[in-house]
Ligand binder design. Structure first.
Ligand SMILES: [Zn+2]
Length: 415
C-alpha cells in the first residue's frame, strides 16, 4: 500500500477561501472571453501562486486561461495534465461570497446565517451522514459557494505545491491548466491541445470523493424559429398568423416523458429552456441530451417532425429548426488512452480508498478535451449541491482527492 501524501490542510483551506471570495460568475449574455472580469482577477492570483511555488512556464494567456508546468523528475515519463475551471455558474450569484467554515461537523441540518429560509438538510444531502467530524465549508445562504470548481483549483494547487516541496516523490511532467467559462459551454474554446502536450488529463470537477466519471452525456442544441404574420389586431381577420399560438402547440407536443424532469439514469431528454418572442416570431431553444450519441439525431428528427405537423395545423406558420453540435460522451474517446482511467483506479486501490466508475448526466470540460483527442476522465473534488445557495464543500474530501491526484501522477511516472 502506498503512503497518503501529508497535504497541508491549513494552506489548502486558505487557498479555497481566497478563491471563492473572487466573483467569477460566467455571463452567457456577452461574447467577450472570458465573460467576466473576475476570471482575470482569479487567474492573476493563481498565477502569482504558481510562480511562488516554482511552477515552470506559468502564464495567463490572451484568453484568461492559466497555464503552468510541474517539471518531472523521472526520465522519459509521459506528460499528464490537471484541469479545473475558474468561472462559476450564472444560476446563482457569486458576488460577495462569505464562506462559513464548520470545523468538526456534528451532524444534523445546517442553517445558513445570511438567510433564514436557507437550510442545508440531511434529507436533501444524505451524504452529510458520512461526514460527521469533518470540516465543511458553506455559504451564508445569499450566494453560491463556488466549490464548483474552486475546490478543483485549490486541490490542484496544493498537490502541485506538495510535489514541488517533495522532490523525492517520482513523477513525470504535469501540465496545469485552469480554463474559463466552462459553465456556459465555452471552457475549451481556446484550449490548444498541442500546447497542453499531454497524453491524458484529469478534470477535478466532480462531486464528493471517490468518483471517476468515465461517461458524460452527448449534447446538441436546437434553435427553433416559429414565424407568423403580425398586423394590427383591428384589421387582423384572416390576415394575422400568431406565432405564439403555434409555439404553444409546438411545446405542448414535445414528448413529456423525454424531459429532464421525468427521466433519470441512462435516459436522455429533449429540454426546451428558452422561449422568447411575440406574434411575428418566437424563438425556442432546446437541449438534446443522450449517452448514446446516435440518439441525438433521432431526437432532432422527432422535433423536426413535430415542427412540420404544427406548420400543417397552423396555415401561414413556418418553423425553422437549426441543429448545433455541442459536446460528445467522453466514453467515445477514452479508449484511445486506457491508462487514463486505469491509473486513477490503481491510485485509489494503492491508497486503500474506494472508487466508483460513474456516468454524469451532463458534460465537463473533459468531454470536450476527450473529443479533441486528449482523453480526460473527471475526478471528485469535494463539491456538493453545486450552483445553489445551499452549496457546500468538504475539506477532508478535497485532501483525499489531492492524495489521489498525487498517487495517479506517481503511477504515470512508473510507466
Ligand atoms: Zn464545474
Amino acid at each position: 500500500m502506498a503512503e497518503l501524501a501529508n497535504l497541508n490542510r491549513e494552506r489548502l483551506l486558505e487557498r479555497f477561501l481566497r478563491y471563492v471570495k473572487v466573483n467569477t460568475t460566467a455571463n452567457a449574455e456577452t461574447d467577450e472571453y472570458p465573460s467576466s472580469q473576475g476570471q482575470w482577477e482569479l487567474g492573476k492570483i493563481v498565477l502569482g501562486e504558481l510562480q511562488e511555488l516554482g511552477a515552470e512556464d506559468a502564464h495567463v494567456d490572451d484568453y484568461g486561461l492559466v497555464w503552468g508546468m510541474i517539471p518531472g523528475n523521472v526520465e522519459g515519463a509521459s506528460t499528464i495534465a490537471w484541469n479545473s475551471h475558474l468561472d462559476t455558474s450564472p444560476e446563482t450569484t457569486g458576488d460577495n461570497v462569505k464562506p462559513q467554515v464548520i470545523e468538526s461537523y456534528e451532524g444534523g441540518d445546517i442553517p445558513l446565517p445570511g438567510d433564514e429560509s436557507k437550510i442545508i438538510t440531511v434529507a436533501e444531502s444524505p451524504e452529510l451522514k458520512e461526514l460527521i467530524g469533518k470540516t465543511l465549508i458553506t455559504t451564508d445562504g445569499t450566494t453560491l459557494l463556488g466549490g464548483d470548481d474552486k475546490a478543483g483549483i485549490a486541490i490542484i494547487m496544493e498537490a502541485a505545491n506538495y510535489l514541488m516541496e517533495h522532490p523525492e516523490i517520482p513523477h513525470g511532467p504535469i501540465r496545469i491548466l485552469f480554463t474559463c467559462d466552462e459553465e456556459i459551454g465555452r471552457g475549451v474554446n481556446h484550449v490548444d491541445i498541442e500546447k497542453v502536450g499531454a497524453v491524458a488529463a484529469y478534470t477535478l470537477d466532480g462531486g464528493g470523493a471517490g468518483d471517476i466519471d468515465v461517461e458524460t452525456f452527448s449534447a446538441d442544441g436546437l434553435t427553433v424559429k416559429v414565424k407568423g404574420v403580425n398586423i394590427h389586431p383591428s384589421i387582423a381577420k384572416d390576415r394575422m398568423v400568431n406565432a405564439l399560438r403555434a409555439a404553444g402547440a409546438f411545446l405542448e407536443r414535445l414528448p413529456a416523458d423525454q424531459a429532464p424532469e421525468t427521466t433519470e439514469d441512462r435516459a436522455g431528454f429533449i429540454h426546451p429552456y428558452v422561449l422568447d418572442g411575440g406574434v411575428a416570431e418566437v424563438t425556442i431553444k432546446i437541449l438534446l441530451r443522450d449517452f448514446d450519441t446516435a440518439q441525438l439525431e433521432v431526437k432532432a428528427d422527432l422535433v423536426r417532425g413535430i415542427a412540420s405537423q404544427v406548420e400543417q395545423d397552423y396555415p401561414g406558420i413556418s418553423i425553422d429548426v437549426d441543429h448545433q453540435k455541442q459536446y460528445r460522451n467522453m466514453a467515445d474517446g477514452l479508449p484511445k488512452e486506457p491508462r487514463a482511467v486505469e491509473f486513477a483506479k490503481q491510485a485509489h486501490d494503492q491508497l486503500n480508498l474506494e472508487y466508483r466508475l460513474s456516468s454524469i448526466r451532463g458534460g465537463t470540460d473533459g468531454s470536450m478535451l476527450t473529443e479533441k483527442g486528449l482523453p480526460t476522465p473527471n475526478l471528485s473534488s469535494g463539491q456538493h449541491t453545486q450552483h445553489s445557495p445551499l452549496e457546500w464543500a468538504c475539506l477532508d474530501e478535497m485532501i483525499q482527492q489531492g492524495q489521489v491526484l498525487i498517487q495517479t501522477a506517481v503511477i504515470w511516472g512508473q510507466n
